[in-house]
Design a protein around this ligand. Sequence first.
Ligand code: PXL
Length: 282
Amino acid sequence: MKRIVTIQDISCVGKCSLTVALPIISAMGIETSVLPTAVLSTHTMFRGFTFRDLTGDIAPIVEHWKREKFGFDAIYTGYLGSFEQLELVSRLIDDFKTPENVAFIDPVMADNGKLYPGFTPEFAKAMTRLCSKADVIVPNLTEASFMLDVPYVASGYDEAYVRDILTKLAALGPRCAVLTGVSLEPGKTGIMGFDRGSREFFQYSHRKVNVSFHGTGDLFSSTAVGGLMRGLSLLDALTLAADFTVDCIEATMKNPDHVNYAVEFEPQIPSLIDRMRALGLK
Ligand code: PXL
């Protein structure tokens, strides 16, 4: 059985980061080890959330894992809360990265042109150093703009623009750079990626749902890492992740009683398994 270690916060209510990664990756048939970086009462969309920083626990946990000689088939990072955590995770990658395993970095810090509460442009620059160690990075266009220090363009861009951003992201060092939320035609959105080794661009687009929910980026990334671990190509894993995320958003919208701070992904887990079966995975 493959084993992922995922490094991100645990937000007690709000369905994002670890409370998404654990059920999704486990449902995909992969062991999910966790390194919680902080405990929050909710994600940061709520006012007055509590925040217990677990930075001090990271190094001792990693030291124990090294003594036990654990290995991981993927190292998947999401929301990280401080410069020190970036540095500790960077060292964890140095300790656990092998030629065979996958470092998958979702530089969670911004969306819709704005940084999430508590993040700064300097943090975005520091995140580029972590991204340099990745096999795959999956920023959205806002995160990419902050990392590259270029103005955020919300719409009206063309494929050449996206290719330029991807080339610049790949120059930071990751093997593959993937941009999420790329919308090149009205009513559609999707991903576009660039493989630095083969110099090839790839893309997948699907219908656009005009709502945004917290946690959908984590659903997408968790499914993509899970798909990669199950042996899918990067594009197939990203396609599965995008389709499943749209399923979850659409199903949530169909429930008139849905809340606005989380998606109802749980009833869609069987559809994820069906999609995996259709791709030949058991
Ligand atoms: O979904 C990303 C995420 C993860 N963790 C926390 C967040 C967010 C998004 O806002 O607030 C704590």
